[in-house]
Ligand binder design. Structure first.
Ligand code: NI
Length: 170
């Protein structure tokens, strides 16, 4: 397995609309393993392929708590088919916007259809942190970052800080 370089915002690649995965071939299998390793190493609870420069509709996540066994999940070509009316606030972060956490309101739960890594169709009722993570990663597939849910003022403040941090690191 290989650690993949994470794309950090602002970067036009993160604004890409990802395309469906057509074939579950060995390269997709390898990508899934590499994405999981990259997510655990970061560490993070979710990662979309576009964040490692592969604009395909593929998400990995693991919302198990530290005291629980790892529970990796792979969502290929996910479709959120239901959002709850009720919203919830949650302090969100993103591996592509390191060290920035902001409360974002989203539907509290949702239903997502997807294909698993064995090619089987699945339906998931997601609630709580799982629903949050699924919606956040799903956004990535359409080029949306959590800061896009904020006012332009707040968004630009965070993006400017990321640009500054990148300059200082280079
Ligand atoms: Ni993210």
């Amino acid at each position: 397995m290989t650690l993949l370089p994470l794309i950090i915002a602002p970067d036009p690649r993160l604004k890409t609309r990802s395309v469906p995965v057509e074939n579950m071939d060995a390269s997709v299998d390898r990508l899934i393993d590499d994405m999981l390793e990259t997510m655990y190493k970061a560490p993070g609870i979710g990662l979309s392929a576009v964040q490692v420069g592969v604009p395909k509709r593929l998400i990995v996540l693991d919302v198990a708590r530290d005291d629980e066994d790892p529970a990796p999940q792979v969502l290929i070509n996910p479709e959120i088919v239901r959002f709850s009316e009720e919203g919830a606030l949650y302090n969100e972060g993103c591996l592509s916007l390191p060290e920035h956490f902001v409360e974002i309101e989203r539907p509290e739960n949702c239903t997502v259809e997807y294909v698993d890594r064995h090619g089987a169709k699945q339906v998931m009722e997601a609630d709580g942190i799982l629903a949050r993570c699924v919606q956040h990663e799903y956004d990535h597939l359409d080029g949306t970052l959590f800061v896009d849910h904020l006012s332009a003022l707040k968004r630009n403040m965070i993006l400017r800080k990321l640009v500054k941090a990148r300059k200082q690191a280079s």
